[in-house]
Design a binder for this molecule. Structure first.
Ligand SMILES: NC(=O)N[C@@H](CC(=O)O)C(=O)O
Ligand SMILES: [Zn+2]
Ligand SMILES: [Zn+2]
Length: 355
């Protein structure tokens, strides 16, 4: 099959060539494990929006710069570029936003409602405290990335995203009509519907695991901690809505793995951490979903075009090729002095990226 100048992807039944994908939401962690996460992600991913939920969090341009330098010190592949993010707290100032923008390294700021997820204890307790910060972000055109879950004890964990959209996100979108917002790792039909109905300034990332799995995978026949992530896997109708959105080609939806490794002991315990490690095989996992939905022709839009367009960055001119060839994921993977149990551990992944 020949490529035409305006159709970027080339496809047969068993291979597909697309522009180099980016990952618009990933956790690379820090310290000894950085070598492992950076090696895995930089195998073929171009740009990655790097989450700032370290301990302590990445709250200003200076911290973002030193984290950037620690990532680059791992000697990632030449095509890899980390795009840094700022962690918003109750104390973030408009000066922090301006300095971050001027650094040229920070591409977005992340809103973690305090207590919502891993390392979010320094997060924002009340978005009203950040009015000036959001106004500054709107004026310097810095996207706001949102972990969209409320944290109040009276709200059921399966409803946290929907309640966040209704009570916090919708008013925020109304108050800052030009602020670019990415609702990260969406998990519900409510989120899909909200994003579709909103203006072009509102987008969403979708993880591979929320496309491949629903809460039955986590809970039927025994509790499986390696499926536990936040926002938590929802029921099948939500999974179907996510699959429809991702494979639709709609420019508002783009690839964000939310790959979030935790050591094996921290997952396989009485109170296990939230997070799924997936970035070692991101595009291969998404390709399974797109093939199942008969939408391999939309994979490039989701993985390589829509996110770049949202962030006003050029689409990569490099290409990668996926081949329909299965391989077995190891039971564990190196993670500093420890190991992580990756998504699909000891099972097959159906696609392979050609070296
Ligand atoms: N997604 C997760 O379950 N965990 C993430 C945090 C996050 O993205 O919310 C982590 O940092 O471990
Ligand atoms: Zn999150
Ligand atoms: Zn995340």
């Amino acid at each position: 099959m020949t490529n035409t100048s305006n159709a970027l992807n080339t496809q047969t039944n068993n291979t597909i060539t697309i522009a180099r994908p980016d990952d618009w939401h990933v956790h690379l962690r820090d310290g000894k494990v950085l070598k492992d996460t950076v090696t895995d992600i930089s195998r073929y991913v171009g740009r990655a929006i790097v989450m700032p939920n370290l301990v302590p969090p990445v709250t200003n341009a200076a911290l973002a710069k030193s984290y950037y330098e620690r990532i680059m010190a791992q000697a990632p592949s030449a095509h890899f570029k980390p795009l840094m993010t700022l962690y918003l707290t109750d104390n973030t100032s408009t000066e922090d936003i301006i300095a971050a923008k001027e650094s040229g390294l920070v591409y977005a700021a992340k809103l973690y409602p305090a207590g919502a997820t891993t390392n979010s204890s320094s997060g924002v307790t009340n978005v009203d405290k950040l009015s000036d910060v959001f106004a500054a972000m709107q004026s310097v055109e810095m996207p706001l990335l949102v972990h969209g879950e409320v944290t109040t004890a009276d709200i059921d964990i399966f409803d946290r995203e929907q309640v966040f959209i209704d009570t916090i996100l919708a008013p925020l979108v109304a108050k800052y009509p030009n602020l670019k917002i990415v609702l990260e790792h969406i998990t519900t039909k409510n989120a899909v519907d909200f994003v579709i109905a909103a203006g072009d300034n509102i987008g969403a990332t979708i993880t591979a695991h929320h496309l491949l799995y629903n809460r039955n995978h986590m809970l039927v026949g025994g509790i499986r901690p390696h499926y536990y992530c936040l926002p938590i896997l929802k029921r099948n109708i939500h999974q179907q809505a996510l699959r429809a959105a991702a494979t639709s080609g709609n420019k508002k939806f783009f690839l964000g793995t939310d790959s979030a490794p935790h050591v094996q002991q921290a997952k396989e315990t009485a109170c296990g951490c939230a997070g799924v490690y997936s970035s070692f095989a991101a595009i291969e996992l998404y390709a399974e979903v797109f093939e199942q939905e008969n939408a391999l022709d939309k994979l490039e839009a989701f993985a390589s075009i829509n996110g770049a367009t949202f962030y006003q960055l050029p689409v990569s001119t490099d290409k990668i090729t996926l081949v329909k060839k299965s391989w077995q994921v190891p039971a564990t993977m190196n993670f500093g002095d420890d190991v992580v149990v990756p998504v699909r551990a000891s099972e097959d992944i159906l696609w392979t990226v050609e070296a």
